[in-house]
Design a protein around this ligand. Sequence first.
Ligand code: F6P
Length: 544
Amino acid sequence: MSEQQSISKQLRDAMQEHGAASQSAGINTLFASDSSRAARYGFELEGIYFDFSKTHISASLQELYLQLAQEAQFDRWRHALFTGEKINGSEDRSVLHTLLRDPDNQGIATSEQGVLEQAANTRKQFIQQLQTITEELDTRETAVTDIIHIGIGGSSLGTQLVFEALKNFDEKTRIHFIGNIDAHQLVAVLDQCKVASTLVIGVSKTFSTAETLQNIRSVGDWFAAHGVNNYLDNVYAVTANPDNAANFGISTANTVTFPNWVGGRYSVWSSVSLSAALVLGADKFAAFLAGAASVDRHFYQSEPGENLCFIAAMLDHYYRNFLAVGSRAIFAYDYRLRSLVDYLQQLETESNGKDRQRDGSEVDQLTSPVVWGGVGTDVQHSVFQMLHQGTALIPAEFLLVVNPHHDLIEHHNELLANGVAQTAALLAGQDLATVKRRHASESLSEIALKAKVFSGERPSTTILLPELTPHVLGALLAFYEHRTFCNGVFANINSYDQMGVELGKRLAKEVKPLLSQSANASRVESPESLDASTRSLIDRIKKA
Ligand code: F6P
């Protein structure tokens, strides 16, 4: 066990007891005993409505988490986040992505000298680069029809989400996102592009990520194969390590930088999103930043009881640790948000999927659940069977956009009706008597009737977005960022490094040369450090 307890035994016991009571009491009783429950646990922020009332939230639960906020020093860590303390201890870095959307930092003084002006300069440089590149593009012989955005993880997921969510239907310029080293993705994209009308943006915070560098090289080969040899003149680099970009051969003029205190999965606000900002335009991107800044203010200034990021994280932590929940599902009932789950998977699980406390000792609680989900109504024809009648308790989040950007109202009413109805069904379920009444006119067998019994009492949170605008999207993503922060504080972990991804990369370097050894080598001359299964897989791949 770790020497540093992040939850006292007294509080943990009380939470354990509360969880057991919640599990048996269910959620419907909470509505029965409080006629204003829906209003009490419905909150509005920047036009977005958060309905937590269909979860196990209660005054007694909030009371317990006020105690946890004390024990885990929530106020101290929140202040440290905004003042630029190096809360990313293992990499000795501040965590100041909030400065990207408000260089004035809400007037909060920072402990690290120079970051405020660095943020202001970063933002100014980005806007200037946007201007310069836009002008350059306007002078090109052939207009750019395709942007190839090469990046992976935080160097592409956010930008892809923002572009898909905010682009106009009639937007002619396409952005292709290439991250995977699997060349099937690269080939599929290049087949759609023409050299003369294609712009390449290589995005990598470190500018050392193997997949990204290889993909840039291969796009370069494609240019060369089409007679354009100085392809690097066509490539912009976005990075926090301009020296690496220069070593790769990209000119300073074509390099856009952002500070090291912006984590990869927190960098959508930076020049990482250059491709999307170029197509969407500086004004839309500024509105996106402003939406996030408004939630930063809410998060920094609100007490836990009204702090929506804290409330959401409280429920995450409670379900995970005291109702034995293993995963949390997010369902975006809007096709334009189809990349939201991929984005949140990295944001939440790469931040909090850890078993080490800040000091390196083992955690004393469960950390990030599996975050998964999909797009509604598609998900109703696959995973919703499990959600309604499975044996696992899976808190579900429903994101609905009230006002669509099309005029097919019949479609949209159907979509919204389904989204809302699913949350009602998860809560209500249906007992056998209800099933018999509802199916009285069909002569169903006893077995068929019993197969339609649903337990109900399944928690959901509904988030109503008034419209999918840049401001609303920025506010929503900042809400998830600060929710992730709170979950890290509860577990006393560093949410801002990602050591867990390194071992796999290291071993891949060991395995790769073994795959290209002469196929007839009878045995894999692999280091004994590789297990028998891996060695036999390598063998088999070579023989194939
Ligand atoms: O997955 C590890 C990681 O470092 C992510 O945190 C990051 O977003 C991604 O790889 C890409 O890193 P880079 O932007 O340095 O290429």
